[in-house]
Design a protein around this ligand. Structure first.
Ligand code: SF4
Length: 234
């Protein structure tokens, strides 16, 4: 158990600039049974998709992120709580590593933080899931509800709650609980290398405003960059 665990992962990204404060490591788990209408991460739903990654490998990535001054790790999905054992191993390992003497503090003087997104409400979590989340400094809870748009930073719909759970979580996330996102805090767009078929694999990280993905698609087509096979459509 522990670091020998493997997590089914949809993707990782460093530097992540869109889900939490500062420069972060992003880890997206694979598999989500919640099927929120309008989910922009449909490619993460299938539990048999993704890649089984040893937690030790993800922790090596976290160590690299810390050595480059990362301010935190964001674990999202998919549904991270569907894999409580490896999720717990990842968070506990990340917690230990951030305590190393060489780790640089964040601009607010605190340590790098651990943020987790779950589509479950707090009272839906099992004892095992709660235990897995124990090291997290903040958790964003609740399904994505397309009919309840919000401008609250780092949340996809107005029902979702950002819950600081530690002293560091209150320091880092307390000022953002009711803050609306700034114009620059939308999506992070990362364009990969041109593929052999001439397409440009593109990833969008973060939480789009209502209609933002459709606008990207429309404007991309107008500028000769059509969006094909978007992951937010079945
Ligand atoms: S929005 Fe999140 S919780 Fe809802 S279906 Fe998509 S991945 Fe799952």
């Amino acid at each position: 158990m522990g670091k020998a665990e493997r997590l089914d992962v949809s993707g990782v990204h460093l530097p992540l600039l869109a889900l939490g404060p500062g420069v972060r490591l992003g880890v997206w788990t694979q598999g989500c049974p919640l099927a929120c209408p309008g989910c922009m991460s449909r490619h993460t739903w299938d539990p048999s998709g993704g890649t089984r990654v040893p937690v030790a490998e993800l922790l090596e990535l976290w160590e690299r992120a810390l050595r480059h001054g990362a301010q935190g790790i964001t674990v999202s999905g998919g549904e991270p709580c569907e894999q409580p054992a490896p999720l717990g191993a990842l968070l506990r390992g990340a917690d230990v590593l951030r305590g190393e003497s060489w780790v640089r503090p964040a601009p607010d003087g605190g340590a790098p933080d651990l943020l987790v997104y779950t589509g479950y409400e707090e009272d839906e979590l099992t004892a095992e899931q709660r235990e897995a989340l124990a090291p997290a400094d903040a958790v964003v809870t609740g399904r994505f509800r397309i009919a309840e748009p919000t401008d609250l930073v780092w949340r996809g719909s107005a029902n979702q709650r950002m819950l600081p759970r530690t002293e560091l979580g209150r320091l880092r996330y307390g000022p953002h609980l009711t803050r609306e996102r700034e114009r620059h805090e939308g999506l992070q767009v990362v364009v990969g290398r041109r593929a052999a078929d001439g397409t440009w694999p593109t990833r969008w990280y973060g939480i789009p405003r209502p209609g933002e993905l459709a606008r990207w698609k429309r404007e991309g087509a107008q500028h000769g960059l059509p969006v094909s096979s978007p992951s937010w459509r079945p």
